[in-house]
Design a protein around this ligand. Structure first.
Ligand SMILES: CC(C)(COP(=O)(O)OP(=O)(O)OC[C@H]1O[C@@H](n2cnc3c(N)ncnc32)[C@H](O)[C@@H]1OP(=O)(O)O)[C@@H](O)C(=O)NCCC(=O)NCCS
Length: 141
């Protein structure tokens, strides 16, 4: 049974260990996504309500984090969006629906908290690899 809820501040270290385990040696030797999560929590664009952990028997086995961003149209218009990621599931819990459940919960909360508007572009979710997040936009604490 998987429970999904907002991350508690006391769980940050445990969460970052999960992120590191999920990404370790997957895209590059080692990984930096756990550090990225650490930084995103201090970013002005960080969305607290969408910083979610997945628990199995009280243990964190998955995590997802979101930031607010925007797409600039050619006409100068600005469309607010949510950027989802990094999303992480411990290797031994992967392919069991945990990642899908984290994304489904993100969508549900985003809609109920009106974090997405009814404009189709603004309803877009961007499942992004961390390289899409400009590190220049993540201020040092
Ligand atoms: C990607 C990740 C979060 C998916 O979590 P998960 O709990 O394994 O996902 P689910 O079991 O809900 O799978 C849902 C679907 O996602 C797809 N999927 C899952 N892992 C995948 C992977 N590594 N590559 C490609 N597709 C994948 C599959 O289509 C899967 O459906 P299936 O039943 O046909 O296999 C997890 O594998 C993970 O932590 N990977 C390492 C970190 C990472 O790459 N994060 C994403 C970039 S931010």
């Amino acid at each position: 049974m998987i429970e999904i809820r907002q991350e508690d501040i006391l769980e940050q270290k445990e969460t970052e260990n999960v992120v590191r385990e999920a990404f370790w040696n997957v895209y590059t030797p080692g990984c930096c996504e756990h550090f990225l999560v650490h930084k995103i929590r201090r970013c002005h664009a960080f969305v607290h309500q969408l910083n979610l952990v997945a628990l199995s028997s009280g243990m964190i086995v998955g995590h997802v984090i979101n930031i607010k961003s925007y797409i600039e149209g050619d006409d100068g218009s600005c469309h607010e969006i949510l950027c989802l990621g990094p999303i992480s599931v411990l290797p031994q819990f992967q392919r069991q629906g945990v990642g899908s459940a984290l994304i489904a919960k993100t969508k549900q909360i985003a809609v109920s908290c009106r974090l997405q508007s009814h404009h189709p572009l603004r309803r877009s979710f961007f499942l992004c690899r961390t390289r899409f997040l400009s590190r220049r936009e993540i201020p040092h604490p």
